[in-house]
Design a protein around this ligand. Structure first.
Ligand SMILES: [Zn+2]
Length: 559
C-alpha cells in the first residue's frame, strides 16, 4: 500500500501510523468535517516471490484495497464497492451487482464483513459451470484458465462436481448461502490457493485439472474442503475465532475442528462424489498415518499446540526445517485420523445405527438459509456428540488432541476393518503428489530428494540434481548424520539418479548389505551407510478379512 493521502472538505490532514498495530492509522478529524476522503494505491505483486501474478487473471481480495474506521462492528460498516476491469475481462464473485456500464461494475451495498468475505476473480478465459441441484440456492463453478482449452470439462468430470453439491447438501441438510461460487483458477503460473468464504471460495490448482484428470488426484479434495467450510468454519465457528472486527485478534485452539473436521469431510465427500476412487481415498488416509509414523514430533508436542502454527509462522516465514520434529500445520492431517476414529467409534457403539453424519446434521443443519454465524465451544461439541451417541467424548478428544500422545491415532483404521501396511508398490495418489518439496523416502531411508524437471516419475529419474530437501528426525538418514543442506552424488558407487536410489533400496531388501550414499556438503564429500532392509515401504491400507468394512460405508454416497 502506498500513496496514502487523507483529506476533509478539500484540505489535507496528516496521519500517523500506530506504533504497535502496523495496520492502524491515527487521524485527527477536524471540527466540522462530516466525511474523510482517503486516497491510496494497492501495489500488486510483480515478481513471483511477492505473490500470485498473471496478466490474464486477477484474484481481488478486498481487504488488500480498503481502509475502514476503527472501533465498530465490521457488520455495521457499509461499503459501496465499484470496480473498473481491464477491457474484455469477465468476473465472478458472490457479491450482487447493482449496475454495470462497460467495464465498470457497481456492486450493491455490503457490510465490511461480507465484502471481505466476498473476493472476486476476473480474467480473460472464463467459463461458468452450473452445479446447482435446483433453482433454490444455485452453485457455480467459475473457472478461469491460462488457455481456453483448459476450460473444457468432460461430462464425467461435470457429474463428479455436481455430485459434490448433492452429497454436501445431503450431509448437512442445510445451506448457508443464497448462491455459492467456487472461484476456480487453473494455472501453472499463478499458483495454487484454497481459501474459504461463506458464499464462495478462492480455489486455484494446476492448469491441467480437467485435461489430465488422473494427474490431479493428490489435490482433488480442494473444492470439497473449501465447500465444507461454508458450514464448518463460516456458519458454525469456534467462539474464539469470532471477533467483532478484523483488528481484534482471534484464538485458534479449535482449529482441529474448523480445519480438521473440514479436512476429514473434504476427503470423505471427495470419495462420495466420485472425484476420487475408494482406493485413492484409502491411500490418502494411509499416507497421512505413514507420515506421522515417520515423524516423532507428536512425542513432545500435543496436536492442539499445532493450532498456534499460523501465528508462529506468520508474516512470511518460510516452511520450517525439521518439520517431523517441531511439527507444522498438523491439525489438518492428524485430525483426519482423529475424526475417522470418532466416526468409526460412533458406528461401532451404535451397531451401525448412527455415524458422524448424524452429528453433522445436528451440528450444522440448523438455521437453514441463514448465514449468521453460530459460535460454539468444546463443551457444545461434546454435547451434540453425546446426543448422537453417549460416550465420554470429552476424554476422547482430550487424550487425542490436548495431551502428548506418542501413538499415531490409527484406531479408526482398525475399527474400519483395515491395517496400515508398507510394500514396494507406490500408489497412484503418491505418484501424483505435489513434488515441490521433493520425492519422499520418509518411510524407508528417512529423507526426501529434489524431483527432476519431468512431469511423470519415469522422465524424472535422470534430471534430479540429488539435493536433499528434507531429513526426518530420528530416521536412519538422520542417525547417519544426513542434513537437508546435502546433495546426493552417488548410490552404491553408481552416479545418483532417482532410479538408482530406488533400485538400491530394493536390493537392500534382499540382502544384508547397507545402502551406501556419497553426499556432498559445500566442498566436503561424506559417505554414509544406511542399514535399511524394509524396501521402499510405500503405505497402503490392507483389508482385515471377516471384520466389518466401515471405511467403505463411510465413503459410500448418501442415498
Ligand atoms: Zn481449510
Amino acid at each position: 500500500m502506498a500513496g496514502l493521502v487523507v483529506t476533509a472538505n478539500g484540505r489535507r490532514i496528516p496521519w500517523v501510523r500506530d506504533r504497535v498495530n502496523m495496520w492502524a492509522f491515527h487521524i485527527d478529524v477536524p471540527q466540522g468535517a462530516s466525511a474523510l476522503e482517503l486516497n491510496f494505491q494497492y501495489l500488486a505483486p510483480v515478481k513471483p516471490r511477492q505473490g500470485r501474478i498473471s496478466n490474464k487473471f486477477a484474484d481481488l481480495t478486498w481487504n488488500s484495497v480498503l481502509l475502514y474506521p476503527a472501533g465498530y462492528f465490521a457488520r455495521r460498516i457499509q461499503f459501496s464497492p465499484e470496480l473498473r476491469l481491464p477491457e474484455g475481462w469477465k468476473f465472478a464473485t458472490s457479491l450482487d451487482v447493482k449496475s454495470q456500464n462497460g467495464n465498470v461494475v457497481q456492486f450493491k451495498d455490503v457490510p465490511l464483513n461480507t465484502l471481505i468475505d466476498s473476493p472476486l476473480y476476473a480474467g480473460i478465459n472464463y467459463k461458468r459451470v452450473d452445479l446447482s441441484t435446483g433453482p433454490d440456492a444455485p452453485v457455480y463453478l467459475d473457472v478461469f484458465a491460462d488457455q481456453t482449452e483448459q476450460l473444457d470439462i468432460t461430462s464425467e468430470e461435470l457429474e463428479y462436481h455436481k455430485n459434490l453439491v448433492i452429497q454436501a447438501e445431503k450431509l448437512f441438510s442445510s445451506r448457508h448461502y443464497d448462491r455459492y461460487d467456487f472461484l476456480f483458477s487453473l494455472s501453472d503460473s499463478v499458483g495454487g490457493k484454497g481459501l474459504e468464504h461463506h458464499q464462495s471460495s478462492e480455489d486455484g490448482t494446476r492448469a491441467n485439472y480437467f485435461t489430465d484428470w488422473l494427474a490431479g488426484v493428490a489435490g482433488r479434495a480442494l473444492l470439497a474442503h473449501e465447500y465444507v467450510h461454508s458450514w464448518n468454519g463460516k456458519f458454525r465457528r469456534p467462539a474464539d475465532l469470532w471477533t467483532t472486527n478484523f483488528n481484534v485478534p482471534m484464538q485458534n485452539d479449535l482449529l482441529w475442528v474448523y480445519e480438521g473436521l473440514t479436512d476429514y469431510y473434504g476427503n470423505v465427500l471427495t470419495a462420495r462424489s466420485g472425484l476420487r476412487t475408494l482406493e485413492q481415498t484409502r491411500d490418502v488416509f494411509a499416507g497421512i498415518a505413514a507420515n506421522f509414523e515417520a515423524s516423532p514430533g507428536r512425542t513432545w508436542r500435543p496436536l492442539d499446540d499445532t493450532t498456534n502454527q499460523p501465528i508462529i509462522s506468520a508474516h512470511g516465514a518460510r516452511p520450517e526445517e525439521w518439520a517431523s520434529w517441531q511439527r507444522g500445520y498438523d491439525y489438518y492431517p492428524e485430525s483426519d485420523l482423529v475424526w475417522l476414529d470418532a466416526d468409526t467409534k460412533i458406528r461401532e457403539l451404535s451397531n451401525g445405527q448412527k455415524s458422524l453424519d448424524d452429528f453433522a446434521r445436528l451440528f450444522f443443519g440448523i438455521d437453514n438459509k441463514s448465514y449468521v454465524t453460530v459460535t460454539y465451544t468444546f463443551d457444545d461439541l461434546v454435547k451434540i456428540l453425546n446426543a448422537v451417541q453417549p460416550f465420554d467424548w470429552a476424554s476422547f478428544f482430550r487424550i487425542r488432541v490436548y495431551q502428548v500422545e506418542a501413538q499415531v491415532p490409527e484406531d479408526g483404521f482398525t475399527r474400519s476393518g483395515y491395517r496400515l501396511v508398507y510394500n514396494d508398490t507406490e500408489s497412484e495418489w503418491m505418484k501424483h503428489m505435489d513434488r515441490s518439496r521433493g520425492i519422499s523416502f520418509a518411510t524407508s531411508l528417512g529423507f526426501a530428494v529434489k524431483a527432476g524437471g519431468g512431469v511423470a516419475q519415469d522422465d524424472d529419474d535422470d534430471t534430479s540434481d540429488g539435493s536433499i530437501t528434507g531429513v526426518w528426525w530420528n530416521s536412519p538418514a538422520f542417525k547417519a548424520g544426513m542434513t537437508p543442506d546435502m546433495q546426493l552424488k552417488a548410490v552404491n558407487d553408481q552416479s545418483f539418479s532417482l532410479a538408482t536410489l530406488r533400485e538400491a533400496i530394493l536390493a537392500a531388501e534382499k540382502s544384508n548389505a547397507p545402502v551406501k550414499l556419497l553426499l556432498k556438503r559445500g566442498k566436503e564429500y561424506i559417505t554414509v551407510s544406511l542399514d535399511c532392509h524394509g524396501g521402499l515401504r510405500y503405505p497402503h491400507l490392507e483389508r482385515v478379512e471377516s471384520t466389518p468394512d466401515r471405511l467403505d460405508e463411510i465413503l459410500a454416497p448418501i442415498k
